[in-house]
Each structure stands twice: as structure tokens, then as C-alpha cells.
Design a protein around this ligand. Sequence first.
Ligand SMILES: Cc1ncc(COP(=O)(O)O)c(C=O)c1O
Length: 356
Amino acid sequence: MNLNDKPTTLVQTIGHTPMIPLDKFFHNSPVRVFAKVESYNPGHSMKDRVARHIIEEAEKDGRLKPGATIVETTSGNTGYSIAMLCALKGYRCILAVNSKCAAEKLQVLRAMGAEVHVCPANVPPTHPESYYSTGARLAKENPGSIYVNQYFNPKNSESYYLSAGPEIWEQTEGKITHFFACSGTGGTVSGIGRYLKEKNPNIEVIGVDAVGSILKKYKETGIIDPNELQPYRMEGVGKNMIPSATDFSVIDRFVKVNDYESALVARLLPQIEGLMCGYSSGSALSAVIKEVFKLPKNAVPVVLLPDHGERYMSKIFDDKWMESQQWLNDVTPEVKAQLNYLKAEYLVFRSVETIK
Ligand SMILES: Cc1ncc(COP(=O)(O)O)c(C=O)c1O
């Protein structure tokens, strides 16, 4: 590099993440599975794309003045991306985070200079202490601030439509046939899904939902069913309300995954592929595992892996935490069946071979 060249800024390193075939992980699958690995972003998740787009658009239309405050409700990753860009661009960052958020995620947000408010996870979104209500209140209390509001901001999915969608299309040379992504705000699956469907309406877009969330049933029936709701451990997968950032019309269907299988699969990925990704990457891969044997021989499935695993060291990568969930000992018949299914279907699970 010529030192007199204009230097690359951190912002320019967002996106253009690699597409890696998971050939070892899916060694007995009938088709190759390609992973879009979003931990390669400078903020270690795909949320860098959202933060960059929303902040740059607000700068362009004059809503964001120098030194202003940016407020957001976030389960961690969006917060990190916003805090990173606030540090770089000189904005103040206030984040309302839910209490499910892993401890190291909170530490890292504070280390990036963000002001963090931890709110209870298991209250309805309309509750005054929910992280949505807290975010909205903090935005009101800080005049001149912008509220990113990722669950209801159309710029969320637009950021993927403009970046990750075209990247995936080009990286597969237009050959992609199935796209799998976790749905939380729905920005990823909707933005990329819309781009891919415009290129080729035959591409199937599959959202990954959590057992305990309402999205799949809502897609299938139009009903918001409170009976579907139950607390769960996964972060960023599924929802207890319908975010307007989700465009259900570009999602063909949802596949549900549970806490346990997602955690096991996330733990296996680094052991098998040397690729350290987060909890929801285990969820996305669990959905692929359920579907891959049903795909036609010429299918080219792509799965998006949202973030890096180092943010989950005190959760799924901690044996004590796994034990505390009753997942590595005291295995219930239901979980045993799940384990046998997983083993039989595709892999020998080295990390759980000790389970009796
Ligand atoms: C780790 C993780 N996985 C998946 C998602 C879901 O992505 P999206 O909000 O674009 O639906 C999120 C979003 O919060 C996340 O933080």
C-alpha cells in the first residue's frame, strides 16, 4: 500500500463478507451448503450494514447533526455496530438492551463508549419497562437525537437489499436456489429475500423462527397467537410481536428451531469447520439440517451466519452454562430423541458423545 493513498476507513470495511462452503459440516448432505459469514464485518455481525445505512441516510437528510445522540433498542449486535460508528463519527450512543443479552455483549458495548440501559426480557413489548418502551422514552428525553428503531424502520431491510443481497447473488453467480436466515427484526431475511426474488422469483426464502416465538404461526395463519409464546434462550431469533421491518410477502415459509439444537450445532461448527459463530448461527444451521435432505440434487442453498461466537463464551460455549440448562446432563426423553435424530441424520456429535 502506498502510504499517501487515501486510507481505508473502518466504514468501508463493512460488507463484502465471504461465502464459505461448509463441506465438512455437511459432508453427507446431498448438496453443498454455502454460508455467508457475517462475523467478518468490523463489528463482527451483519448489523454493521444496518447501522451504517441508517446513520448515513440520517446524515444525508440533515436529521443527524454533529455530536448528536443516537438511541436504539437492541439485543446487542445492533448496539455494537451503532456504538462503533458513534465512536468513529463522534456521536453519543444510548442503548436499551434486554436482560437476556450475554454479559460479555454488555461489557463490550460499554467498552465501546455506549450508555447501556438493561431492561427486563420477559415483559410484553408494550410494558413501560420493556426495552422498546425504554428506547422510545430515551429518544424523547434527548431532543435532537435519532431513534434507530430497527424493528419498525424500513431502512433496516433496505440496508440488506442494497448490500448483502447483491453480494450473495454475485458470490453464487446467480445460482442460489434457497436462502435461509434467522428472523428477529426480519431485516436480514426480508431485505436479502426481496433482492433475490427480484432476480429470480423461484428462489425459496426460508425464515428461521424460534420455538417460543409467534412468527411461523403468524405467517401460516395471520394469527398472533399468545399460546405460541414461551421464554427461550436464543438471541436474535423469533419475536413476541410482529415487527413492521419484516416483509412476510418475500418469506416463503418459516422453520422452527429450539434452544437445545441451536446450542449444540453452534458448538459443533468451530470444531468441525474451524468457524466460530454465535448462537443464532446454530439456529440457522439447525434449520438447514432439517431441510437439506429434502432439497433437489441441483439445489444451491445459502445460509446466513449472523455473528461471531466470542460474544457467547459465558453461554453456549461454557459447559457450566450448558449443564445449568440441563442439556449436557439429565437429558430428557424429548432431548434424547432430538439428539438421536441429529446424530442419525447428519453427523456424529463429538461434543456430546459422553451423553448417556
Ligand atoms: C445474533 C443475531 N442473530 C439473528 C438476528 C436476526 O436478524 P434480523 O433482526 O435481521 O432479523 C439478530 C438480530 O437482532 C441477531 O442479533
